[in-house]
Design a protein around this ligand. Structure first.
Ligand SMILES: [Zn+2]
Length: 331
């Protein structure tokens, strides 16, 4: 678990990671790190490390093992704080004999009918005729199902029904696993909860935790990108050339060569030669008198979050505007 490494080692790794992402999206050197991570659609390193450690713990629990380091105790506490206990995970049991040696008599006649093209009545009559061949056998029906907010499974014997609810976060796959068959009638309040989850269910919960953590941090930032993009979802620039993607990413982050190159050159901040105010991406797109005609002709939206938003139509307009004003190569 590299989360347990010393802070100085982690910082050294972070520097490389930050640079890698910055180069990948072509962000300008002065760009805020949080904006780079948001635009790249990645978690901040600390969230990513915790996310990986949480999933590692869940994987250990799946094979019935645990780690008792200081770091793992913290991770377990974090899981617990989010109502996740790894002891709920269905463990993987090693097979005690080679599965290919087992011989099960399985009747697959019904699979020859396509479910989408066969009325239930046809299935029922075929099923009854198959049952005729197994008169002396005991019947057991099983199924699992998931409704909007409930998951459950049941096993029906001749004289006995077993019904269980599963934790809300269970996937239908867990329901099938926990039961491997049944017919869910109704899941009323008296139905007991079967305390079981699969690793994939826990993984989904951990993903939600990490997403929420990142979103909370993002919402408290005050970068220029925050004014355009309120989510941490990845925006894709469809079918654009790399240079165009880089230009758009820099415009959105608000750090471009023309507006922030002075930091690298150790010069004064640039001033607009027409309006006499500090030159910024916002000024160019929504205020500058020099570009007013071009903006109107191309139809650049007056709202910054729309003009630089994720819609392809707005992206094309923006690139058109930057090219026709010769700003494109200065970004
Ligand atoms: Zn201006």
């Amino acid at each position: 678990m590299f989360k347990s490494a010393s802070n100085s080692s982690l910082q050294a790794i972070d520097v490389i990671y930050n640079s890698g992402l910055r180069l990948a999206i072509g962000a300008f050197r002065s760009s805020p790190i949080v904006s780079i991570y948001n635009k790249a659609g990645e978690y901040l390193p600390e969230i990513k490390r915790t996310d990986l450690a949480l999933k590692y713990m869940a994987r250990l629990a799946r094979v019935n093992r645990s780690s008792l380091t200081k770091e793992s105790t913290k991770i377990h506490q974090e899981l617990k704080a989010n109502d996740i206990t790894t002891s709920q995970i269905i463990t993987r049991e090693p097979m005690i004999y080679p599965p290919w040696l087992a011989h099960y008599a399985i009747n697959t006649e019904l699979t020859s009918f396509l479910k989408s093209q066969t009325p239930p009545s046809i299935f029922r009559s075929h099923f009854l005729s198959i049952l005729e061949q197994y008169k002396d056998y005991q019947k057991v029906y099983t199924d699992a199902s998931k409704s909007h907010d409930e998951v459950g499974f049941s096993i029906i014997f001749q004289n006995r029904n077993i019904l269980f609810k599963l934790p809300r976060t269970c996937s239908i796959f867990s329901a099938e696993l926990a039961d491997q068959q049944a017919k869910i009638a109704t899941l009323n309040e008296e139905v007991p909860i079967f305390p079981t989850l699969t690793y994939d269910d826990i993984k989904t919960l951990i993903d939600q935790m990490s997403n929420n953590k990142w979103l909370r941090i993002w919402k408290h930032q005050t970068t220029k990108l925050n004014t355009i993009k309120s989510s941490t979802n990845r925006w894709t620039n469809s079918s654009l050339k790399r240079k165009e993607e880089i230009v758009l990413n820099r415009m959105r982050i608000g750090h471009t060569r023309i507006t922030h190159g002075y930091l690298m050159a150790k010069e004064e901040a640039p001033i607009c030669d027409v309006c006499g105010v500090r030159l910024t991406v916002k000024h160019i797109i929504s205020e500058c008198l020099k570009y007013e005609q071009d903006r109107q002709r191309i139809g650049i939206d007056t709202l910054l979050d729309t003009a630089l938003g994720p819609e392809t139509e707005d992206n094309i307009k923006m690139l058109d505007f930057l090219k026709s004003t010769n700003l494109f190569n200065s970004i």
